[in-house]
Each structure stands twice: as C-alpha cells, then as structure tokens.
Design a protein. Structure first.
Length: 257
C-alpha cells in the first residue's frame, strides 16, 4: 500500500451479526440425491458471501488498523507467514485421498502394472511426498519473531507454491487414469434398474474379482471430490495467497537472508 491507499488500510473485528452487516451468499450447490450410490458418511462443504459493511459501528478497542498504511504489509505478512504453511499441510490430507482413490481405480480396472500407469502413479507419489517434505522442512528450519517460533517463510511459501502450481497437473493425471467414465458413468438408479443393470455389469466391469459397483462407487467419490472442477479447484490456486503473492514473498524473504 501507499499513502494514497490510506482509506483502505483498515483492520478490525466485529460480530458477524452486527447491525449494518449485509451478507450476499451464493447457494450451497452440492446435492446428493437418489441418483447417487448410498454412503455412510455425510458430505461437508460450505458457502461464501460478499460482505457489505453498511455504516457498521466498531468499538475502538476492536480496531487494529485505521489508516496506518505503512503497517498494512506487516499485517498481511504476519497472516501469510502462518497461513501459507497451514495451507500446504491441510492439503496433504486431500492429496493423500486423491492418490488413494487413483490407486484403487488402477487396481479395480486391472492396469496398475501398466508402464504408463506406473509412471503416472509415480508422479502422484512424488507430488505428495514433496509437499510433505517441504512442509516438514519449513518447521525444522523455523525462525523466531517476537519470541515465537514460526515456519521458515521462504520454505513455507515454496511449499505452498509447489502445491498450487502443480495441482492441476495432478488432477489431469487422475482424470486420465479414470477416463471419460468419470463424467459419463450411469447413476445408482440405473444400477438398481433390472433392465439396465446387466448391461452395466457387462460393459463397465473391471477385474473379474472386483464388482462393477465398486468401480462405479470410486468414480462417484471422485466426481464429488471437492478438487475436481469445483470450489476447491479454484481455492488451491488463490486461497492463502495467489501464486504471485507467494513468489513475491519468496523473493523478499530470500533477499533478507
């Protein structure tokens, strides 16, 4: 920020239901219905909102920044130091799930030993373990600021950048393994229909010892996976800071070293 941006150098805390706060939310667009195979675990997600502050009263003790534009970058940095690290660490679990589903799919359709599939699975394993190694390294090589140990800002940003910059390539691999059936597979209602079930068994089956239903359930799980073409697909790039924000932080922090 520059001095010209002082009017926008504002940070404060207020109850979400304070008078004057207007939230314009988009619909919760996830639906699991009769067309889906039944599952035991519920699906969790969230919605977002455009938040309008229409003459909202904020007590002075809840104001952290009010026009002090020269401190705005410090406030953002303090957020980014920790949040870039948390971003890559909590996404590790998502990627583990994605790798597990891809592994199951290769086994279900009997191609796990094919050379091209092994190459693609190696890429997934490399991606996952690089994320883990960078996240761990940022903790081991911590820095101390204000008496607090925090993840190394350079390594943490490298970890988040690696994750976000390569994520869609990983999704491409999973989609390649699954094939077009990922989007064209018939529904649970078709599976229950006595007139169509035998055809599905005949043409959509994989290995002889794996049921067609098992394959269809894996495909359904992947279709509902939040990272395949939906909200989290975008968040992986832009949440916790864009790719350029991470590059800028890496450059700035490396110069200080």
């Amino acid at each position: 920020m520059t001095e010209a941006d002082a009017d926008y150098a504002v940070a404060f805390a207020t109850p979400v239901n304070a008078k004057g706060i207007i939230q314009i939310t988009h619909p919760f667009d996830y639906h699991r219905g009769a067309s889906d195979f039944p599952v035991d675990l519920p699906v969790r997600s969230h919605t977002d909102a455009l938040v309008i502050f229409d003459d909202v009263f904020v007590p002075w003790e809840k104001v952290f920044l009010c026009g002090e534009w020269q401190y705005a970058v410090t406030a953002v940095y303090n957020f980014a130091y920790l949040h870039r690290h948390t971003a890559v660490t909590y996404h590790i679990a998502w990627v583990e799930l994605l790798v597990g589903l891809a592994t199951a799919m290769t086994e279900y359709i009997g191609v796990s030993r094919a050379a091209n599939i092994r190459e693609e699975m190696t890429e997934l394993i490399y991606y996952l373990n690089t994320m883990k190694s960078l996240a761990r390294a940022s903790c081991i090589d911590y820095v101390v600021q204000g008496g607090l140990a925090i993840p190394n800002p350079v390594t943490a940003n490298v970890a988040k950048y690696f994750y976000a910059n390569n994520y869609h390539s990983v999704v491409k691999i999973v989609e390649d393994i699954c094939g077009g059936l990922l989007t064209t597979a018939p529904t649970y209602q078709d599976w229950q229909n006595s007139e169509t079930k035998d055809f599905m068994d005949k043409y959509l089956g994989g290995r002889a010892d794996v049921s067609t239903e098992a394959r269809l359930r894996i495909l359904q799980t992947l279709r509902h996976y939040p990272c395949l073409g939906t909200e989290l697909d975008v968040n992986n790039i832009h949440a916790e800071g864009s790719l350029m924000a991470e590059r800028l932080t890496i450059y700035a922090e490396a110069r200080q070293d």
